[in-house]
Design a protein. Structure first.
Length: 119
C-alpha cells in the first residue's frame, strides 16, 4: 500500500488487496492495509512548517476524508475513484499554491491519466 500511496497506481492497490486476501485465506490475521497519501504529501514540502499553513491544512483535511472513506471500504470502486480524484486535486492545488516549495511525490502525475484514457 506504500507504493500506491505515492504513485496512486491501481496495480499497486490491487496487489496490496490481493496480498491481504491471500493472507486471510491462509488463515493469517487480517492485515490492516491503509492508504496514507496525506502523510506522504505533508512530507513533500521543502520546509515542513509550510504543511501547517491554513491552505495546506484545508487540503490535507479534504484528502484525509477521502483517504478514510477508502480505508473503511477498500473494495468500493466509487471510494477508490473519489480518493484518486481528491489526491490528484490536492496535489494540483498544493503545486499551484506553493510551486517549488512542494515536490509532488508522484513524478508522473498527468501521464497516467493519458495512459488510462488510452486503454
Amino acid at each position: 500500500m506504500d507504493q500506491f500511496s505515492v504513485t496512486l497506481n491501481k496495480k499497486h492497490f490491487d496487489a496490496a488487496m490481493k496480498i491481504k486476501e491471500e493472507a486471510k485465506q491462509a488463515g493469517l490475521e487480517d492485515i490492516n492495509v491503509k492508504v496514507h497519501a496525506g502523510d506522504i504529501y505533508k512530507k513533500s514540502f521543502t520546509f515542513p512548517q509550510i504543511a501547517h499553513n491554513d491552505f495546506a491544512v484545508e487540503q490535507f483535511e479534504t484528502l484525509a476524508i477521502a483517504e478514510q472513506n477508502l480505508n473503511n471500504d477498500p473494495t468500493n470502486e466509487t471510494q477508490y475513484e473519489a480518493f484518486v480524484k481528491t489526491a490528484d486535486d490536492v496535489a494540483q492545488n498544493l503545486k499551484e499554491r506553493y510551486k517549488d516549495q512542494w515536490v509532488d511525490p508522484k513524478d508522473d502525475r498527468g501521464v497516467n491519466k493519458k495512459e488510462d484514457n488510452a486503454e
